[in-house]
Design a binder for this molecule. Sequence first.
Ligand code: GTP
Ligand code: MG
Length: 211
Amino acid sequence: MAFVNQASREVQLKIVYYGPALSGKTTNLETIHERIRPDHKGDLTSLDTAQDRTLFFDFMPLEADAIKGFKTRFLMYTVPGQVMYNTTRRIVLRGVDGVVFVADSQWGEMEANVESLSNLEENLRAQGSSLEHVPHVIQFNKRDLDNIAPEHYMEFVLNNGETRRPSFSSVATDGTGVFEALNMIARLVLHRFVSGPTGKDAEGQQLRLVD
Ligand SMILES: Nc1nc2c(ncn2[C@@H]2O[C@H](COP(=O)(O)OP(=O)(O)OP(=O)(O)O)[C@@H](O)[C@H]2O)c(=O)[nH]1
Ligand SMILES: [Mg+2]
């Protein structure tokens, strides 16, 4: 749920990177953190295990001049992908405004991708929401590897519903596709926010995006 602080004139929007274990969610955030101007980002907080796997979540605030008269802060989170951490995923998903689903393009991970996507749907439903109501994009990550499924196959398996989501081929380790996906989810989240009931100022006027 978007949070509007009328006193400090700040809007907070929550974006969650979701997907199966080791698909590249943390790497996405690391790449974004590396390349964003220092005055537009806060520290990246990573809660990793010894094997560099997310134990709880990664978090990074990101600032943008997107809404007229307000500062916009995107709160960027990743979830732990390992199946056993579902309670954690549910907690991190609370109040989510937008999701980047990071799929692993390797053939051997296709089942894990499908499972993770339905786990996302299930966890959203548990909070009274659904993918229909939460803006989301999908990343076909690890396109630099050899043992990967063709994009059209991944589209068919993961993105073949009635509401096709924007999709991006990516290599999170070198930044390919990472900002394209981020820009798209940010745009979708902002548009949803300014056209919705929470996107109002203290006088009840609908907020507007910067041209
Ligand atoms: N070749 C290649 N490796 C990648 C890519 N993205 C991530 N990796 C590697 O995949 C491994 C897992 O990446 P993480 O970003 O930790 O994965 P995660 O989704 O956060 O994993 P969990 O936190 O366990 O759910 C790391 O060794 C990364 O360097 C990519 O696009 N290409
Ligand atoms: Mg991680």
